[in-house]
Design a protein around this ligand. Structure first.
Ligand code: NAD
Ligand code: USQ
Length: 397
């Protein structure tokens, strides 16, 4: 298949591009390098030394003989570049990662809120409008988030996208329907993902665009077999207070001797998936597309749920790291249960990598190896969900 990867320089996009290329798909990448520019803005770098794009691509070609074309432009604002590329490359599938993905970054200021909304919604709408204008039958595979559901349940498993409801009509009959699970975002970033869902539902209904929306949990780990081939192919590892996600942060903190920064009581339960399973899930999704005219296919892309305090205790037991319970900078439930349905990807053949198998290798291979590149100043999470709250300002509530 011909596969266009939007956001193919990022943490999930780069290993996905290499994996799909390795299994024989014809891959091209689009990225505006905004993530690298945000590193400049935040004055931080990936813990792993990521190579410039041309070096990455040359290394891949040297190892495999396969060239991956790279197009540097902004999917949200350079509509005609996108339209031209779609018409010329004629992809069977487009994998859409090209969004601002950090919740703390999206909450830093009104400018960051506006950027995140404009970038994410325009990227998604431009892609869908361009597919319609180009007259193509393309399968769009989008990376959504578990956070569209919120993280609470009424004691049931969170279903894969749609909730079966019974409604009483005016004449007393009971009608059963499936509706999009009620959105309940916890940040401006997560809000954009709930709005993406409506764009997909509309274009699937009106234009019969085939869409798979992968509601992904928190990705942990760094390397895949392809990115491990050569240091020039190494994947990025974000550890800073804005882009670092919780488990990778704990692994890095343990490696540099920093206490593990548990927000609040650590009673928050979240869904997780290893990066090697991410790339495999995307392959499974593009290789089993929905039919034209089918409603948006929604899959929960996660393999395990864990409570933040349990993750901290696990990393501490493996490494001897101290645990620090810090005031939570976010406005989120202090405690929640989380049960998630993920049958569809398992039925397609996913064999999950568990935390138990992968954690120690990650600590020694990546966090220890690159620990000297860590800037300790960048570890605290300083982005506040509400002005006048958070670390050093409010007591835990
Ligand atoms: P990332 O920031 O590392 O990668 C996103 C890439 O898209 C970057 O290279 C960036 O430069 C590019 N990009 C952003 N806006 C663009 C635009 N307008 N035009 C062109 N390129 C643009 O993020 P990631 O961790 O790889 O996440 C990829 C996707 O997966 C995101 O949509 C994110 O919401 C989703 N996701 C990520 C995680 C996670 O834990 N990392 C979990 C669930 C879902
Ligand atoms: N947390 C800590 N300590 C830290 C960092 C985070 O306790 O040092 C807590 C947070 O308060 C939160 C939880 O860990 O309760 C998860 O935070 P996170 O930064 O790991 O994840 P999140 O902000 O939810 O975002 C990440 C990705 C996002 C993706 C989402 C999937 O950045 O792109 O959509 O995970 S999910 O969480 O399932 O919605």
């Amino acid at each position: 298949m011909r596969v266009l990867i939007l956001g193919g320089d990022g943490f999930c996009g780069w290993p996905t591009a290499l994996h799909l290329s390795a299994v024989g798909h014809e891959v091209a990448i689009v990225d505006n390098l905004s993530r690298r520019n945000i590193d400049n803005e935040l004055e931080v770098t990936s813990l792993t030394p990521i190579a410039p794009m041309s070096t990455r691509l040359a290394a891949w070609e040297a190892h495999t003989g396969v060239a991956i074309p790279f197009h540097r432009f902004d999917v949200a604002t350079q509509y005609h570049r996108l339209l031209g590329l779609l018409s010329e490359f004629h992809p069977d599938a487009v994998v859409h990662f090209a969004e601002q993905r950090s919740a703390p970054y999206s909450m830093k200021s009104s400018a960051h809120k506006r950027y995140t909304v404009a970038n994410n919604l325009n990227a998604t709408n431009s892609l869908l409008a361009a597919i319609v204008e180009a007259g193509l039958d393309v399968h769009v595979v989008h990376l959504g988030t578990m956070g569209v559901y919120g993280y609470g349940t009424a004691g049931m498993k969170i279903p894969e996208g749609y909730l079966r409801v019974k409604v009483e009509t005016d004449d007393g009959d009971v009608v059963e329907q499936e509706i999009l699970y009620p959105p309940n975002p916890g940040s401006i970033y997560h809000l954009t993902k709930t709005q993406d869902q409506l764009l997909f539902a509309y274009y699937a209904k009106n234009d019969e665009i085939r869409v798979t929306d992968l509601h992904q949990g928190i990705v942990w780990g760094t390397q895949t077999p392809e990115t491990s081939l050569d240091e020039r192919l190494v994947n990025r590892f974000d550890y800073d207070g804005d882009y670092g996600t919780v488990l990778n942060r704990f692994l890095m903190q343990a490696a540099v001797g920093h206490p593990l920064t548990v927000h609040g009581t650590g009673g928050q339960t979240r869904a997780f998936i290893h990066i090697r399973d991410t790339v495999r899930c995307i392959q499974l999704a593009i290789e089993s597309p929905p039919a034209r005219g089918e409603r948006v296919r929604i899959l929960n892309q996660m393999t395990e749920t864990h409570r933040v305090q349990d993750l901290a205790k696990l990393v501490s037991s493996l490494t001897g790291a101290e645990i620090a319970y810090v005031d939570n900078p976010r406005n989120e439930a202090a405690e929640n249960e989380l049960f998630v349905e993920n049958r569809q990807l398992l039925d397609l053949g996913l064999e999950p990598i568990t935390l138990a198998e992968g954690l120690l290798a990650e600590v020694s291979d990546i966090a220890q190896r690159y620990r000297d590149r860590c800037d300790l100043e960048k570890i605290p999470a300083r982005s506040l969900w509400r002005a006048g709250t958070g670390p050093g300002v409010a007591a835990l509530g």
